[in-house]
Every structure is written in C-alpha cells, then in structure tokens.
Design a protein around this ligand. Structure first.
Ligand code: C2E
Ligand code: MG
Ligand code: MG
Length: 594
C-alpha cells in the first residue's frame, strides 16, 4: 500500500507481511479515499486499472479520475456526513480511457463498488469485468439468433452463418449445400388439431433435423463467429426460418465434384425421418415435407441467392407432388420468372376482359344428341396469343386469382346457358358443366356466390353441374362438407378426371357426387389395352350400382365411342363429337345435334 502509516498491525509480524502480500497481489483494485475523493492508499491493481482514465497519469483524486467515465460517482459519494454503507455496487463503465474509442482492442469494462466506512472515508473496489460483459453480450446475441419454439438458429442466424461460410468464394474450396425444407401438410395439421399441437409438431420436426445433423460424422471446422456457437454443431447448421420452413446447411467433405451426392443422401434421409408420424396425445399425425437443394456456386454466391434458389427448388418439389427433394437448376429460375410474368399478366387479364369461355358439347352415347356443355376458360393474351388453362389455372390457384377467374367463368357460362335456353328452347343443351378448382373450395363465400349467380341469371340449380377433381373430393371432411353445402343448393356434382387421382372404386360411395367423368387417359387406350377396357367396364358397373351417371372424356374415334356405348357408359365428350367451341361455332354446330 502506498501509505504504510495507518495500519495498526505490528510491522514485523508474519501476519502483517502476508496481509501486505495479499493486498499487493489480489486481482481486485482496492482504494482508500477521503470523502472528497482524495486517495489515501491503493493497491497496484487499482493503479493499473485506473491509469488509462487518469489525466496526465495523475492518480490523486478518485472522483477526478472517474469524472469522464462515471461522473455520477461524485454525486453518489456526496452523502451527508455519517452515512455508512454501500453507495454503489458493481457499477459498470467503459474503462479503456479516451484512446479506446478508436481502438476496440483497448476497450475494457470496469466494475466499481463504493462504500462509505464511517461517513468520512470511502473504500472503492474496482475489477475488470470485460470478460463477464462479453459473455453476457454473447448470451443476449445468441438469444436474438435463436428460434424460441425449436431452440434452433433463426433466419437471422442462418444469414450470418451463410455469409461467414461463403466469404470470398470459400465455396470453391469447400462445397456447401443448403437444404430448404418445408412441410407439405402443416396447414392441415394446424387446422385440424389446433395451433399448440401444430407447435409441438414443429418442435419435434426441428429436433429430428438436429438429431440427423448431429449424427453426421464430425469434420474439422474453423472457428465460427462467437454468437453462433450455441446454435451450430460441428457439421452444419439447422435453422427454423419461418412458420414451417427449415433450412439445413451442409458442408460435406471436400472432394472431387460438387458434393451433390452426400447432400442428396442427406436429403433422402431427411425425407425418411420426417415421413415418420408424429405422436401427440396418442394420435399419430403424418406430416411429410418437400426439400429444395441449392449448392454454393458461381450462380449462388450469397446467402440471399442460395436461399432463393433452394426455395425455388422446394416449390418445384411440392408441385411435383411433395414428399420429395429437388435440386435447383437454372431452368427452375426461368420457369419461376415465366410464372411470375404470367401471374402479373393474369391479374390484369381478368379486368381487361382477356378471358373468355368456350363450350364443349357432351352428347348421349346412345342417341348422339346433345345433353350438356362444359364451359372451359381461355385467355387471349395480347402478346402470347391463346393461352391454355393448363398453363394458367395452376398459377391462378396459387395466387388466389382463381376466385375471380372462377366467378367470371361461372357467371359467363350461366348467362350463356340462359341465352341459349331463350334462343333454342328445348333444343338447347339442358345442362351447363363448370369446373371448380380445389383452391375455390375453402372460400367461405363460395356457396353464397354460386347461389347469387344462379339467382341473378335466373338459371335453375338443377341445370348446373360443378366438376371437381378426384384429389379434391377425396381430401378431408371440411372439403366434403363444403361439397354437401353446394349440393344442397340443388345442383349436381361431377367427379372429374376419374382414375388419375386418389379415390378408388371402393371409396366412391363416400363422395357426395352424381356423375363420374372417366379420364381421357383410359378412353384413349380402350382400343389397344384389354386392361383399360376391363377397368372402364368395371368403373361403369360400379357407378351404375351407386346410381351415378357416367361421362367418358376425350373420345377421339368412332371405335372408342362404340366401345363405350356397348359398356353402357351414358355420355361422351371429345374431339370426335366436337372440340371446345366459341359461341358462334357452337351455334353452327348445334342444329345438327339436337
Ligand atoms: P377438364 O375439366 O377435364 O376438361 C377437359 C379437357 O380435355 C379440356 O382441356 C378439353 O379441351 C380437353 N379435351 C376434350 N376432348 C378432348 C379430346 O378428344 N382429346 C384431347 N386431347 N383433349 C380433349 P382444356 O380446355 O385445355 O382444359 C384443361 C383443364 O383445365 C380442364 O380439364 C380443367 O381441369 C381445367 N379448366 C379449364 N377451364 C377451367 C375453368 O374455367 N375453371 C377451372 N377451375 N378449371 C378449368
Ligand atoms: Mg372438367
Ligand atoms: Mg376432365
């Protein structure tokens, strides 16, 4: 201590020597000062810690030394004489001094505690809290980079991680793959079992992904940015980046090629693991996923590129039916651009009156006379010309535009039907068939909209038939309920494209339908494949036993029409009778077929 005058301990005793040793060596700064801050004694650690703050290297007065960094200390100490006890405790402040601002390496956090011993003297304790402070800051950063539900890294952490791993073309030496994982049926799970069960599924899903990555044999990896330590294993990063969207960064062993084979193998394993049911409250929930894979490359050099490309591939995997993995290819990006251009054009097309409806006759296979027409939408694009619904219905479904498109077709078809009724009376088609998209069904307003259009056009409900596809009708209870609501209006329902989708002959009786439309793919093989003949014949028989009428689609030859009539299929539709016709064409065709 700098002032050996005061201690009342015998100078020669061992105890005194060891006390001095202790005060000299303790890693905490100790200061004894007067109430006005004048320093009476301090140990070397105190001098070392306070020196960067001292002006002109003068350590006379504690308050002067601390004036810049913690001016409030002077005020805290200015208590009325006689006050004893703690004035402040663990007060943190930047203790690196004026030069530390420009030199982060010199920055340091000090912690100060101040005690008034008898109202006249102060004891200050200072220690270096730099490490504590850093650790704490890291914990806060890590929390900001962690997804609360799954404990995985979040989107922000993924971006930071990718940015660090992709720095300066590092991917050239070390392959990096990003797997973009999106659940196929999560919305359905949320809707049927509720959000908290949905959350539990997501948490389990995240756990499965993490377990997979943990099981990959470790590889050497350089040190990572500090905040990421918590979320990252040695072999890759698993992140939850949105509702039911996860990402997995994978850096397979460097070697010849792109590292595609190990990434594909990992994706296959992810699919297998996620395809296992989730058991919640004894209930097994099935929630498979789709995966898009993108590799760091010339084309995907940034975190943003990689995520965008992997996401495009994921969407393609979903479109291909889901529960599969697809790799990003440049063609996907072009397709995506084409789709988004189509989407923009389609938005305008509805307003601009570029959509119109054509009508394909449905005839009796026994009399050859017209029974009905099917309304089919067409798009006259100002640049691309006539666009097929196959090209734009899917986009309309994904973007929600289908609601507008569907309402347009229905209104137009019903109006046209009534015009023909007025013009041709009994010789006009007696039934109008209109396609309903699966994306229209969830809309609560659908049933009211259909009722309103019937009312507004004066069409009887029995004159309208709505066609739904198999996959849609077979789906779930909510869909079936909506179909029953529609039927209650008094219209009929047809199951379109039968044979291509999910439902089997055995489950037909569960669907609220009146008509079965046998898909063109069966009709086209009638003449060449005995197998298809047997199938169609069985379908017609089962339909008859359930009192369903049958329509064969895509009849192109006399022979097909003859075979179907012999099988007692009721009606037919196809180029053999007529292509989809514009209104004027239909009016020219009608007199010979009614
Ligand atoms: P779909 O409802 O099964 O309609 C029958 C499709 O088969 C029509 O194609 C029709 O032109 C075509 N077709 C009919 N006879 C023959 C034939 O003999 N040979 C061949 N090769 N094809 C034949 P289109 O008009 O291109 O429509 C395709 C699909 O697009 C429709 O299949 C339907 O699912 C959908 N679609 C068409 N218009 C609408 C609409 O207004 N709303 C909705 N939601 N979907 C529509
Ligand atoms: Mg149809
Ligand atoms: Mg069809």
């Amino acid at each position: 201590m700098t002032d050996p005058a005061s201690p009342q301990v015998p100078e020669d005793s061992d105890a005194f020597q060891s006390l001095i040793q202790f005060l000299y060596q303790t890693p905490v700064g100790l200061i004894d000062a007067n109430a006005d801050g004048r320093i009476r004694m301090m140990n070397p650690m105190a001098a070392q810690l306070l020196m960067p703050l001292a002006r002109d290297a003068v350590l006379d007065n504690l308050f002067d030394v601390l004036q810049e960094a913690v001016p409030q200390v002077r005020r805290l100490a200015a208590q009325p004489a006689g006050v004893r006890g703690v004035l402040c405790e663990g007060l943190r402040f930047e203790g690196g001094g004026p030069t530390a601002v420009a030199h982060p390496a010199r920055q340091r956090t000090l912690a100060l505690s101040l005690f008034s011993t008898d109202g006249k003297r102060l004891t200050a304790v200072v220690h270096d809290a730099t490490q504590e402070e850093r650790r704490q800051r890291r914990r806060v950063d890590a929390a900001a980079q962690t997804d609360r539900l799954t404990g995985l890294a979040n989107r922000q952490a993924l971006h930071a991680y990718l940015a660090a791993r992709l720095e300066q073309g590092a991917w050239q030496a070390r392959p990096l793959a990003l797997l973009f994982i999106n659940s196929d049926r999560f919305q359905h799970i949320n809707d049927t079992v509720g959000q908290s069960a949905g959350d539990a599924v997501l948490a389990q899903l995240g756990g499965r992904l993490q377990a997979l990555v943990d099981a990959v044999p470790p590889e050497p990896l350089e040190t990572l940015p500090a905040p990421l330590e918590m979320a990252i294993t040695q072999k890759g990063l698993v992140a939850r980046i949105g509702g039911d969207e996860f990402a997995l960064v994978f850096e397979p062993e460097p070697g010849p090629g792109t590292g595609a084979a190990p990434a594909r193998a990992l994706a296959a394993e992810v699919l297998r693991v996620l395809d296992q049911p989730y058991v919640l409250d004894g209930q097994a929930l099935h929630c498979p996923a789709s995966i898009g894979i993108a590799y760091a490359s010339e084309r995907s050099q940034t975190a943003g590129d990689l995520l965008y490309h992997a996401r495009l591939a994921m969407v393609a995997a979903k479109r291909a039916g889901g529960n599969r993995a697809m790799e990003f290819a440049h063609a996907l990006q072009q397709q995506a651009q084409h789709r988004s251009a189509t989407e923009n054009d389609l938005r305008r097309a509805v307003q601009a009156g570029e959509l119109f409806v054509v009508y394909q006759p449905v005839v009796s296979l026994h009399s050859g006379r017209i029974e009905a027409v099917e309304a089919l939408v067409r798009w006259q694009h100002p640049v691309r010309g006539l666009v097929s619904p196959v090209e734009f219905i899917g986009i309309a479904e994904e973007t929600g535009l289908i609601v507008e498109v569907g309402a347009f077709v229905l209104r137009e078809a019903c109006r046209q039907f009534m015009r023909w009724q007025r013009q041709h009376g009994a010789r006009a088609p007696g039934l109008m068939a209109v396609n309903l998209s699966r994306a229209q069904l969830p809309h609560p307003a659908l049933v009211d909209d259909v009722a309103a259009i019937l009312q507004e056009t004066g069409m009887r409900p029995a004159q309208l038939q709505l066609e739904v596809t198999e996959s849609m009708a077979a789906q779930d209870a909510a869909v079936q309920m909506r179909l029953r609501d529609l039927k209650r209006l008094g219209l009929t329902l047809a199951l379109d494209d039968f044979g291509t989708g999910y439902s089997s002959l055995a489950s037909l009786h569960q669907l609220p339908i009146d008509v079965l439309k046998i898909d063109r793919s069966f009709v086209s093989q009638l003449e060449t494949s005995r197998h298809h003949r047997v199938l169609v014949e069985a379908t017609v028989r089962v339909a008859q036993s359930l009192a369903l009428r049958t329509v064969a689609e895509g009849i192109e030859t006399e022979a097909q029409a003859g075979l179907l009539a012999a099988m007692h299929c009721d009606k037919g539709q196809g180029y053999h009778f007529a292509r989809p016709l514009r209104v004027a064409e239909f009016e020219a065709w009608l007199p010979t077929h009614s």
